[in-house]
Design a protein around this ligand. Structure first.
Ligand code: GTP
Ligand code: SPV
Ligand code: MN
Length: 591
């Protein structure tokens, strides 16, 4: 690590715009020191050593978990805070009914008072980062200023951070400004503010995930969705996965599932034994930037370079690749510990917890041992299924887009939209049960269009219009599908085994795209018949499969009424095409 002064002069020459802003923030926040992040292993190990000394990190059992550490967040700072997250546009309507809104000047004034002097006694870190391959014209850069070395450590894994990013910023002159301070971690003094018109973010009072790693949800979704609209592309809460069939052809699929609804798992899927010859390659597990290509197809890059993934539920049966991936060089947040200092979480069959995620002796009366939103941070390259095309400047071509939620009833296992316009309605109608990824009640079904309810940086009505426009531009649009891995029986048991077995459903989609697979038309779209899915070696009863592949007209009529009511809040701004598609579904359902 160069001394701050040396680094600053060298980097200063590269970018005056960045240093002018850093100086402004220095005067406001009054840090003791400034550290410019350059990236690289040495910097990460220095930071780790520092966090170990201060007790903010602890080393895990080096025999079984080499290079792994545990961080514990404040107990009241364990997830995204949607109720404290704002879009601050000049016009309230530009933020839309889907966002909390604050007038930009009022928001800046509020945040200025919170940030004033907040870094006294602390180090101010400057993290220049690039979202996307460093040499891709589709990538976008940002700079996060933070007083949390834990955030720096995460950003070094999750983004291409450091010197090359700063060089690109100096060349391009443009970057997203993200100012972050953990403040006092007081939930009463916690705000995540976005200023899309200024390409800036101000986050105070939380050190956790999507609230604090500003390159992720704040930049790569909320700000980027706004940029994407003005520039003609889409920033989406989607995984990107490559599926190679036994004939050796690879097709890429991008899937939007809400938080903690299976993106990382699907992105790293392991083909079931009964599907020999299939291979899976992960391009991204959380965010996709989609661009119409000059060939009329839709192309995707993953702006991130690491995974900030849900730990509970990870085991050799559900996701062996993830289980192996997080056994070295992984930063764990809020998991439990075994007596021999190994990380432990619900869903592991081996070992038992003795210390819970808050560092207390484990007592089941206190709830789960690992926090349900405990996370691993790990470099994407540690994934055995990592796709080298993750680094392709032009991205990968997308054959199918998939929407999906967590719904115990109503939504069948899979169905195909009739066309792009109908697909936009399918995405806009998504609903899902809430999860521990955000604070608030878990298990409540809510509308979550395109899995973007917490992440769209502007009015959903304008966003759907933009989706329609992008689709109209594509000569070869991907097929659009909807899935639900989470249907349950009357006893509350999942009807579908999920995880690796989901490949059977993806195979059907790809065969549909290639004009090879059968389907039956229903009011809501095309569904596979039982014989259209490869069910070899799978233990799902005919009755369960029947339930998974059926559309209950009564339930769906109710669903259509709810969707209509939901969409009506967007008023005259709602694209007429969506109402027309909804009318058509209703008509097909009959009365
Ligand atoms: P975020 O990182 O919050 O955006 O979540 P995600 O969408 O990447 O979800 P993830 O893959 O981490 O899965 C969340 C939870 O759902 C985990 O506990 C998984 O074990 C569980 N899960 C994932 N896929 C399936 C599936 O196919 N079936 C079932 N039943 N559970 C699943
Ligand atoms: C999500 O909540 O969708 C996540 C975790 O991927 S966070 O980074 O906290 O947004
Ligand atoms: Mn996510």
């Amino acid at each position: 690590m160069a001394t701050a002064a040396q680094a600053m002069t060298a980097l200063d020459r590269l970018s005056r715009a960045v240093s002018a802003w850093v100086d402004e923030v220095r005067q406001l926040t009054q840090p003791d020191r400034i550290h410019w992040c350059e990236g690289g292993e040495a910097e990460a190990s220095d930071l780790t050593a520092q966090l170990l000394r201060s007790g903010e990190l602890q080393t895990l059992d080096a025999t079984h978990f080499p290079g792994c550490h545990l961080a514990r967040s404040a107990p009241n700072d364990v997830a995204r805070v949607e109720h404290l997250t704002y879009i601050c546009t000049r016009s309230r309507d530009d933020a839309g009914p889907n966002n909390h809104w604050m007038e930009p000047a009022a928001a800046h004034a509020k945040m200025r008072e919170l940030f004033r002097g907040c870094m006294r006694g602390r180090t101010l870190y400057v993290i220049p980062y690039c979202m996307g391959p460093i040499d891709s014209p589709l990538s976008r850069c940002g700079v996060e200023i933070t007083d949390s070395p834990y955030v720096v450590l995460n950003m070094l894994i999750m983004t291409r951070a450091g010197r090359p990013a700063l060089a690109r910023i100096a060349r391009e002159g443009a970057f997203v400004r993200g100012l972050h301070s953990v403040g006092e971690l007081d939930p009463e003094r916690r705000f995540i503010m976005h200023f899309p018109e200024e390409l800036s973010i101000e986050s105070f009072g939380s050190g956790y995930g999507g609230n604090a790693l500003l390159g992720k949800k704040c930049h790569a979704l909320r700000i980027a969705s706004w940029q994407a609209r003005t520039e003609g592309w889409l920033a989406e809460h989607m995984l990107i996965v490559g599926l190679q069939n036994p004939q050796g052809e690879t097709h890429y699929v991008a899937c939007a599932f809400p938080s903690a609804c299976g993106k990382t798992n699907l992105a790293m899927l392991i083909p079931p034994q009964s599907m020999p010859g299939w291979r899976v390659f992960t391009v991204g597990d959380d965010i996709a930037w989609l661009h119409p290509g000059s060939d009329g197809r839709l192309w995707a890059i993953n702006p991130e370079s690491g995974y900030f993934g849900v730990v509970p539920g990870t085991n050799p049966q559900t996701n062996r690749n993830a289980y192996e991936m997080i056994r070295r060089d992984t930063l764990f947040t809020n998991v439990a510990l075994t007596a021999d200092n190994q990380p432990w979480w619900e869903g592991l069959t081996d070992g038992k917890p003795v210390i819970d995620w808050q560092g207390r002796p484990y007592d089941p009366a206190n709830g789960p041992a690992a926090h349900p939103n405990s996370r691993f941070t790990v470099s994407a390259r540690r994934n055995p299924a990592w796709s080298p095309h993750s680094e392709d400047a032009r991205g990968v071509p997308i054959s199918a887009l998939v929407f999906g939620g967590r719904r115990r009833e109503v939504a069948p296992l899979v169905y195909e939209a009739r066309n792009w316009q109908h697909g936009v309605l399918v995405g806009a109608s998504m609903a899902s049960e809430t999860t521990a990824a955000a604070t608030g009640k878990v298990g409540v079904t809510r509308r979550d269009p395109m899995a973007m309810q917490p992440f769209c940086g502007y009015n959903f009505a304008d966003y759907w219009q933009h989706w329609l426009k992008v689709g109209a531009q594509l000569q070869h649009p991907p097929g659009i599908y909807n899935v639900n891995w989470f249907r349950r029986d009357a006893q509350g048991k999942f009807l579908w085994p999920g995880y690796g077995e989901n490949l059977r459903v993806l195979e059907w989609m790809l065969d549909r795209c290639a004009g090879r697979a059968g389907a039956v038309e229903s009011a809501i779209g095309w569904l596979p018949r039982a014989q259209d899915l490869d069910m070899s070696g799978l233990d799902v009863s005919a009755g369960s499969l029947q339930a998974l592949l059926s559309v209950d007209p009564a339930l769906w009529r109710k669903e259509v009424t709810e969707v209509r009511q939901y969409l009506s809040q967007y008023g005259a701004r709602l694209p007429a095409a969506l109402n027309a598609e909804l009318d058509a579904v209703e008509k097909r359902l009959g009365v």
